[in-house]
Design a protein around this ligand. Sequence first.
Ligand code: NAP
Length: 323
Amino acid sequence: MRGDKPLFERMALIGLGLLGSSLARIAKREGIVEHIAGSTRSRKTLERARELGFLDSIHETPFDVVKGADLVVLCSPVGTYGSLSAKMAPALRPGAIVTDVGSVKQAVIRDVGPHIPEGVFLVPSHPVAGTEQSGPDAGFAELFEDRYCILTPPPGSDERAVEKIAEFWRRAGSMIEIMDAHHHDRVLAITSHLPHLIAYTIVGTASDLESQLIREAAEASDVVRTREVIRYSAGGFRDFTRIAASPPEMWRDIFLNNRDTVLEMLGRFTEDLTALQRAIRWGEGDKLHDWFQRTREIRQGVVDMRQAGSFNPVEQKVDPESR
Ligand code: NAP
């Protein structure tokens, strides 16, 4: 709550895209930290962050940005965490807490954990909040409002450090869940990772089909209809194209770092898809209807839990179900 004392003196952000810049904006607005230091990979993003004014200081390297920080938040794609941690570790101040926003959690413990010096605490976190936009302009202070933030402290973690990170996210507007990293990766594989994989697949498949239809029409000297995928992208397909626009680097790292679990979920999904395929082939309407009825009720549950959409001032859009 605004008016509370800052929780941290100095927060260091590494990565200044959607997540990093949103965190800076809410931390500044709510006075959650006294000073916000930021660094990123490219000079261009660093300059843009300076122009946007959500940082108090900017730094060239991970080593420099974490100096004197009592909170470090990794906000880059998860595949970068290992090498960033190796670079920042010698500058970490005793008593500092290192957290992150990565979408997979076992890999964070695996890649960051070994670099954390004695007397520094690692409390991985995953704010289940986002849009398909990226970069420092895409961020907004309300991103974490009414969203879950999942903490996955490794066994034996310092309880005060865990509570401090929980409080940090609460002040950013989130609701806290604490779970084991393996459990997190299984649940998120089905609720987030697989849907993205399906979106990436279907949009690519549709585009391939479009190219083929154009080729066939040209060969038959028929009317060539171009851009049908875009023109007729009503309803469901349009949502898939939105999801399939998510940052490629981030999602490459998620799939590579949650490989076994995503493959397991893909196996389960394929079995169910085959069952529906069979129901269509054999005209089993009741089976299809029952399945669709069940999933409709699941959607209602998502709406009831106020997790159906998000406010995004960058797009000037409010999903009425979420507010
Ligand atoms: P983003 O908008 O693409 O921003 C990524 C940032 O990381 C950019 O500032 C980029 O730098 C920086 N970066 C990349 N490689 C780096 C490196 N080697 N060293 C330092 N900085 C580096 O992505 P995002 O959506 O904020 O995602 C960031 C993290 O949040 C990911 O781990 C993702 O899993 C997690 N997450 C994302 C969402 C979502 O919906 N987007 C939701 C929850 C969690 P430059 O711009 O300088 O190249």
